[in-house]
Ligand binder design. Structure first.
Ligand code: NAP
Length: 230
């Protein structure tokens, strides 16, 4: 049975991806900051033995180390870096707060890097061998026609650079490193005016993950499978 390890699974796109992969018969290791308060994940776990809920504040390397010890040498078919913050406190010109910048860097950029470094061996011994990071079209410099969202745009653009390096460095292990835009999704982050539901986003993300090959490693995919310019 294939295995998914995903961050930020308490709500939004992460939670829906857990549901859909469980429906497909996968074993899911869902990370969230506060398992005792993750009511939706816990409800799912009560019904489904293939769901394992782990505590992981992604900026906490000790917790990441503990998770690595827990998972030992379990093959991980897909490592999905999903946790992210919009960093609204570092969004508007003239009003960017350092704390918000630091949080955005830690969550959107450093955490995916650290997750890859911690779990690369587990991915390398799996069948599918995929590491995917949920980035954003807002990280595309070419696509930036409206400005603002300084920390969010900058950390997602930097995440894209990290994933391209990983695609090169991990190719000899057969690992596919993907950068995925989930669409503009109706979640707490995307807001109620988002263009698509979490169901549609997760379904399309899964399609890309299902169909990708090593040829696709290092590519920046839109939710419809199109390539997004850097
Ligand atoms: N929604 C969109 O339109 C959209 C568009 C482009 C890209 N994205 C990207 O898609 C991903 C998921 O977004 P979403 O819309 O599902 O957002 P969301 O509903 O705001 O959920 C974000 C998730 O990330 C978790 N998280 C935040 N900081 C964390 C930390 N320090 N440690 C561990 N978990 C943390 C949250 O945990 P808590 O529940 O504990 O707060 C939550 O589970 C993000 O990377 C986002 O940038 C979203």
């Amino acid at each position: 049975m294939p295995t998914l390890l995903i961050t930020g699974a308490n709500r939004g796109i992460g939670l829906e991806l857990c549901k859909q992969y469980l429906d497909q018969g996968w074993e899911v290791h869902a990370c969230c900051r506060k398992p005792e308060k993750a009511s939706q994940l816990n409800k799912l776990a009560n019904k489904n033995k293939q769901l394992h809920v782990h505590e992981l504040e992604v900026t906490n390397e000790k917790q990441m180390d503990a998770l690595k010890k827990t998972l030992k040498d379990k093959p991980i078919d897909i490592l999905l870096n999903n946790a992210g913050v919009h960093a609204l406190g570092a969004s508007q010109f003239g009003k960017t707060d350092n704390k918000a910048w630091e949080e955005a860097v830690a969550v959107n950029l450093l955490a995916p890097m650290k997750m890859m470094e911690h779990f690369v061996n587990n991915v390398a011994i799996s069948d599918k061998k995929i590491i995917a990071s949920i980035s954003s079209k807002m990280g595309s410099i070419e696509d930036n026609s409206s400005g603002g969202s300084y920390a969010y745009r900058a950390t997602k653009a930097a995440l894209n650079a990290v994933m391209v390096s990983a695609a090169h460095d991990l190719r000899h292990l057969g690992i596919i490193a993907l950068i995925l835009h989930p669409g503009w999704v109706r979640t707490d982050m995307g807001g109620p005016n988002g263009e698509i539901s979490v169901k549609e986003s997760a379904r399309n993300l899964r399609k890309i993950l299902d169909e990708c090959t090593l040829e696709d490693s290092g590519k920046f995919f839109d939710i419809d499978g199109a390539i997004i310019p850097w």
